[in-house]
Ligand binder design. Sequence first.
Ligand SMILES: [Zn+2]
Length: 237
Amino acid sequence: MDHLFPGADDAAAHGAEADDGKRRHGARADLVREAIKTGIREGRLRAGQRLREADLAEWLGVSRTPVREALKTLEAQGLVATVGREGLVIASLSARDVAELYTVWADMEALAARYAAENARPSDIKLMLAICDKWDEKLDAAELGRLNHQLHQAIYDAAHNAFLHRALDAIDDSLALLGLHTYSVPARRAEAGLEHRAIVEAIARHDPQQAANAALTHIQTSEKLRLSLLAESPPFL
Ligand SMILES: [Zn+2]
């Protein structure tokens, strides 16, 4: 079959091939897991799509053992599911799952922005502003998705709370199941850029309340758009 991720950044695959002799299965399983997550986030793998161990192993240039290990972890995280005779597929979220996910994301994002306003170091602020500067509504949806991911990760880093960071990473993984839809809407591209800047500027001013408010507004605005897009073309099975 065709490669699962045509045009994907193949660094993980090449790294896995080059170091095949010395890497342990666990490290390779991590690469496989990250490659699948990236595939989901960038829309190359979609809800309900079947995952075959042999295809993934061939694409990544690894044996089937780390692939099997990665799929087990992803299943435990709810990103991969076993569906009847289909076997393992990319998981689907119900409408209720999406609502629950956004509710907790909005509150935790606000908390991260608040902590970032309290704890951000000059280097954190410099990085967040640099990512905001790269935001350009003319970029394609996948590129904006990557920048968005970088910015939110930078905010979590700036919060300097490892437990919150891990909890937000788990939410981020589940959000990947929703794909890139919001940046496929042209008007959202510029709007999201302004919302990001409002969050980062409040963090830079060390204003926790404004940072939390701006983060909450950003996620809630995204949720409204997402729900209207899901109503048009639900990813649910
Ligand atoms: Zn964002």
